[in-house]
Design a protein around this ligand. Structure first.
Ligand code: NAP
Length: 372
């Protein structure tokens, strides 16, 4: 395969992870990654000291692909510079939300819908971090039994807000540890995040959902090419630095139960990118009956207590082996509805939720001969 020339716009937490992923995945680069942001300086990215150049049209000359990890909005990086990159001959892969729902622009998760990209596609969007991990976990199940309805609650890390979100949480934790009153910048989180959960991510809309919650509906419908898919979401910011978790209730159109779901999710061919961390569900010898005050009056009378079960948490995605995975656990039948299950999933919002996904898209485009 020929060597490629690649660029990176934005050096916040996502830009840092893109730089790291490109380095880790041994891309055949004809020249060092061309790194750009709003002003010139040196930054440490992926452990290297890197010259960050002030973004300018000539920096896109000769690039085959540009990863965008800038801020969103009218003055955001891909709105201002996406077309400049394309006119210079590059493919653009964007982390931001400005173009995700444009019907002419594919919204891509390589494990789910890579075929949405063709050589004619010059601009490719990567979904929101919460959407990515949910779709990686659910696409294998959707393929088998089609999903009708999803109820999801998210537990999202401070770094989902960018570098400032992470700094805000860390400085509040420091203040609490020193016994000081917590200060906060309401432009980042509306309340102090340390020791609290905030059910508010992105702007409120007139239907009383937040934009983050509606993104999960519209983006997932687009990725699964299913305009009728019902999704209702509650997105919550939690005092965790990195790693989003989600509690998901999934109702299927055809037969599905927890045992079937676990078998599918444990099969790497059917479920690429998924790692199941879950305890045994069917071993009748596993677990104990504990003394209860009057078991006959308790709804859980006759249930065994399961002493040990594995499940993933946000700390797991910081482990090297899981840094690019979507971890799934707590897979169980919804005891109130047929063909309905619950599961819990966790992923690194900065890696698979952003950087890894865009780097994988480029990797696939190279393998398919689209780039260069
Ligand atoms: N954080 C997450 O979990 C996550 C997940 C999925 C997607 N995303 C998306 O990924 C993008 C980057 O996220 P982040 O958390 O790394 O953001 P961030 O901390 O705000 O960093 C943004 C970077 O983009 C640069 N930038 C902003 N506007 C620019 C412009 N007009 N031209 C050139 N550079 C510009 C900034 O430059 P300076 O450093 O010079 O100011 C900064 O380096 C955002 O669009 C975000 O929505 C983030």
């Amino acid at each position: 395969m020929p060597a490629i020339r690649a660029g990176l716009v934005g050096v916040g937490p996502v830009g840092d992870r893109i730089y790291t992923c490109v380095k880790e995945r041994n891309f055949d680069l004809a020249e060092p990654l061309r790194v750009m942001a709003t002003r010139e300086r040196h930054e440490v990215l992926g452990g290297d000291e890197v010259l960050v150049k002030q973004i300018a049209p000539e920096l896109f000359d000769g690039l085959d692909v540009v990863f965008f990890a800038g801020r969103e909005g009218a003055k955001g990086a891909s709105v201002e510079w996406g077309k400049v990159a394309i006119d210079a001959g590059a493919y653009v892969i964007d982390n931001g939300g400005d173009f995700r729902l444009d019907p002419d622009i594919p919204l891509v998760i390589p494990e789910v819908n890579m075929d949405a990209v063709s050589a004619a596609t010059r601009f490719i969007c990567s979904p929101n971090c919460s959407t990515i991990q949910m779709c990686v976990a659910l696409a294998p199940l959707y393929r088998v039994a089609k999903i009708e309805r999803i109820i999801v609650s998210t537990y999202q890390a401070a770094s989902g807000w960018g570098a400032r979100g992470q700094e805000e949480l860390n400085s509040q934790i420091g203040q609490l540890a020193r016994g000081e009153v917590t200060e906060w910048d309401p432009a980042v989180f509306t309340k102090p995040l340390a020791l609290d959960c905030i059910p508010h991510i992105d702007a409120f809309l007139d239907n009383l959902y937040t934009k983050e919650e509606m993104k999960m509906l519209y983006e997932t419908r687009k990725i699964f090419a299913d305009p009728d898919l019902a999704i209702t979401a509650t997105a919550v910011r939690v005092p965790v630095e990195i790693g989003h978790s989600e509690s998901i209730n999934i109702e299927f159109a055809a037969e599905m139960n927890a045992e079937m779901a676990l078998e599918i999710l444990r099969d790497p061919d059917q479920s690429p990118g998924v790692v199941v961390i879950d305890g045994p569900t069917t071993d009748p010898n596993y677990g104990t009956v504990r003394d209860q005050a009057d078991p006959s009056k308790q709804p859980w009378a006759g249930h065994r207590y399961i002493d040990e079960r594995g499940y993933p948490t946000q700390a797991d995605v910081l482990r090297d082996e899981f840094k690019d995975a979507v971890l799934v656990g707590r897979v169980r039948d919804d005891v109130t509805r047929p063909n309905t299950i619950n599961l819990w999933c966790v992923s690194d919002n900065l890696r698979k939720g952003a950087a890894t996904n865009v780097v994988q898209i480029a990797e696939e485009m190279i393998q398919r001969g689209i780039i260069p």
